[in-house]
Design a protein around this ligand. Structure first.
Ligand SMILES: Nc1ncnc2c1ncn2[C@@H]1O[C@H](COP(=O)(O)OP(=O)(O)OP(=O)(O)O)[C@@H](O)[C@H]1O
Length: 264
């Protein structure tokens, strides 16, 4: 995939090793008559310091791709590499450790622990790993996400947008190699959604993080540096510097191809 560095890192040396990559990745669910090929020989690289949105029609394989890239599900064939580490070669225990230390997750439903304060939720990954959090990094996150005056609040005392900001700060707290965000604005109104997307973009541009986000929303995808389009388990194209309009026409083109295929 061709990529351009995001503003703020333009001209900086880009590592030869991608943050995460898939090589000839195939996933077949079931077997025999009921076999479904959810991903069909997908090869793609996600560069460090980039914000990528994955889009495509329902059933095109977006969640499957994200789950395989994050080591949450196993491939039928092919490889997933996180930096130089081959996830597809790791055992369950190694994978669990790697996910905890090197991957961050943001979900549609926030997934905060209700009995913990915002601060305790943010520092939970370090607690689980038995390490002390990097206080200056935490301060940067808390200030960047505007959560300083909400740290002692429990999730039910926060708005949806604030809860998602806590979830993003939690995902970033261990400085993971990559963050996977699954419909992060799916439960938010458009104003809170826009705010959360701005924070995700700032995480990439100002804090140098790497984010891969699955979304159905062209407006959300337009916050990314590029959009990867999936159709029928395969990469159907990429859109650089997306706008809501360019994403919508990319998706429309996929539907046209689909209808032509059905008609043919
Ligand atoms: N556990 C499973 N068992 C059998 N088939 C599955 C399973 N998970 C997904 N599939 C099938 O694999 C294909 C890709 O599914 P996937 O969930 O990755 O698509 P998606 O693009 O994320 O869809 P959506 O936008 O609707 O969430 C679909 O045909 C789906 O029915």
């Amino acid at each position: 995939m061709t990529t351009t560095p995001p503003p703020g890192t333009r001209g900086a040396a880009v590592s030869a090793v991608s943050a995460v990559s898939a090589r000839h990745l195939t996933k077949v669910y079931g077997s025999g008559d009921i076999a479904v090929t959810a991903l069909n020989d997908v090869s793609i690289q996600f560069e460090s310091g980039q914000f990528t949105a994955i889009m495509g029609p329902s059933g095109s394989g977006k969640s499957t791709l994200m789950h395989l890239l994050a080591g949450l599900d196993s491939a039928t064939s092919g490889q997933v590499l996180l930096g130089e580490t081959e996830l597809t070669a790791l055992g369950d225990n190694e994978l669990t450790k790697l996910r905890r230390e090197r991957i961050g997750f943001v979900f549609q439903s926030f997934n905060l622990l209700p009995m913990f304060t915002a601060y305790q939720n943010i520092t939970l990954p370090s607690e689980l790993a038995g390490t002390s959090p990097d206080q200056s990094w935490l301060d940067t996150l808390i200030d960047t996400f505007g959560m300083r005056d909400r740290l002692t609040h429990k999730p039910h005392q926060l708005s949806g947008g604030q809860q998602q900001r806590v979830a993003i700060a939690r995902a970033l707290s261990t400085r993971p190699d990559v963050i996977f965000a699954d419909e992060p604005t799916g439960n938010l109104d458009s104003r809170s959604g826009a705010e959360v997307l701005s924070f995700l973009r700032r995480s990439v541009r100002e804090l140098g993080q790497t984010i891969v986000m699955v979304t159905h929303d062209p407006t959300a995808a337009a916050y990314a540096d590029q959009v990867v389009l999936l159709a029928d388990g395969q990469i159907a194209g990429t859109i650089e510097s997306p706008t809501p309009e360019s994403v919508m026409s990319g998706l429309d083109a996929l539907r046209t191809i689909d209808q032509t295929a059905v008609a043919g």
